[in-house]
Ligand binder design. Structure first.
Ligand code: BEZ
Length: 253
């Protein structure tokens, strides 16, 4: 997760509006298939909820995240968690696996991420992750763009949501062998209306507005998105599309 001028992570807000992110991360843990004694890097560990699951499986886990507040929360769980931008990893040949859930889309320089992961892994090590793929939250992104355009403003998409072919090519051009890579539409039930999601995740957009206008901006978006995202029971669904992959740094590398 980035810690930038425009996106700030508040662990309490995250727990309220985004607990589903780690709750829905277990399929990625299954793909990782962590074994006791393995040393694993959790890239973009956030508040450490999934790092803890890996520790529970007997792994030695290092969590890294660009947000000092989220790292403080992870350290509060007793984890080895360090403030580090995933685009500037500085580990050499020391991990059996690099794991990442719902973080890579915040890192707009994928070449740097993949190069750092490659360096961090031992030969034979695995890179297993999931993040937003092509089309992820497209309805929300379009609504944000329209609402800003109506104010004569524009914000470039702050997220990296690649097509599967593109990401596979990037991994392979670094030397990874890709075992699986799937694009998975996964409409995701939100704990409240989309306003909570926007407050938690869409700060790169809302930060473009004067602080006093942000509440109305979000309220307008909630109304604009009610048709596409709220069902007949009043439940709100974000139009998530996941890109899940498993790749290996070959033994001979
Ligand atoms: C995601 O997990 O797909 C996501 C979260 C926040 C912003 C954009 C995408």
């Amino acid at each position: 997760m980035p810690s930038s001028n425009t996106q700030h992570w508040n662990p309490a807000q995250y727990r309220e509006h985004a607990r589903f992110v780690s709750d829905l991360g277990m399929p990625v843990v299954d793909w990782l298939d962590p074994r006791p004694g393995e040393r694993i890097l959790d890239l973009g560990c956030g508040d450490g909820a999934l790092s803890l699951k890996l520790v529970d499986r007997g792994c030695e886990v290092v969590g890294v995240d660009a947000s000092a507040d989220m790292i403080a929360a992870a350290q509060g769980l007793g984890l080895d968690a360090r403030v580090l931008d995933g685009q500037s990893l500085a580990f050499d040949d020391e991990f059996d696996a690099v794991f990442s859930n719902a973080a890579l889309h915040w890192m707009k320089a994928p070449e740097r991420v993949i190069a750092g992961v490659w360096r961090a892994l031992k030969p034979g090590g695995r890179f297993v992750g999931e993040f937003g793929g092509h089309g992820n939250v497209a309805v929300i992104v379009a609504a944000l763009g329209s609402a800003l355009a109506a104010r004569g403003m524009a914000v470039p998409n702050p997220w990296y949501f690649p097509r599967p072919e593109e990401y596979q090519k990037r991994l392979e051009s670094h030397g990874f062998e890709v075992a699986r890579l799937d694009l998975i539409p996964r409409p995701t039930l939100l704990p409240g209306d989309v306003g909570g999601w926007l407050e938690t995740f869409a700060q790169p957009y809302t930060a473009a507005l004067p602080r006093a206008e942000r509440r109305d901006f979000i309220a307008g978006l909630v109304e604009a998105l009610r048709g596409p995202l709220c069902d007949a029971n009043g439940d709100w669904w974000a139009d998530y599309v996941r890109l899940r992959f498993s790749a290996t740094k070959p033994d001979a590398a």
